[in-house]
Design a protein around this ligand. Sequence first.
Ligand SMILES: Cc1cc2nc3c(=O)[nH]c(=O)nc-3n(C[C@H](O)[C@H](O)[C@H](O)COP(=O)(O)O)c2cc1C
Length: 157
Amino acid sequence: MALTNCNISVAIVYASVSGNTKELAEELYQIFLGESVNISIYSINEFSLEDLSQYKAVAIGTYTWGNGEIPREMRHLYQAFESIMRKDITTAVFGTGDSCYPMFCGAVDQFRDMLYVHTNLAATLKVELLPQEQDIKRCRKFVEILLLRASMENLVM
Ligand SMILES: Cc1cc2nc3c(=O)[nH]c(=O)nc-3n(C[C@H](O)[C@H](O)[C@H](O)COP(=O)(O)O)c2cc1C
């Protein structure tokens, strides 16, 4: 069932080294494809920050590095959002991590805290390493909440 008929533009922008976050991003992309939205997916290296304002909603995907840190290649995206105040852009952040580390998916937490202040943050999703069957339901929920929030924002504007 389509969650919205608003035909909003959504971008997934992700970073991945060993493929776990890419897999999660692609799973989310497949779910978005079943909805009435214009969905695009970019690895961070393909994404131009100048295009940020073209999107009504952005789902950011990141792995975690160091001790709960945002990977270097994601920092310019973090800073771009940090430098604006755009409550009209609905955001969500997802990521994969390894719970052996004390700050599980710490990069997701850092993005979440910043996006909450600077954008209309809708949802977060943390997955242990490679997404498994049991994560699919959580992925669907993530997409559902993001689209509901973005379409509510559409009604307000
Ligand atoms: C040096 C190093 C540091 C890491 N630090 C963390 C961490 O602090 N917290 C965490 O949850 N995962 C940590 N991880 C695990 C990765 O975030 C995890 O393997 C992730 O799924 C990798 O994503 P990717 O396959 O998309 O590159 C670390 C991995 C490495 C190699």
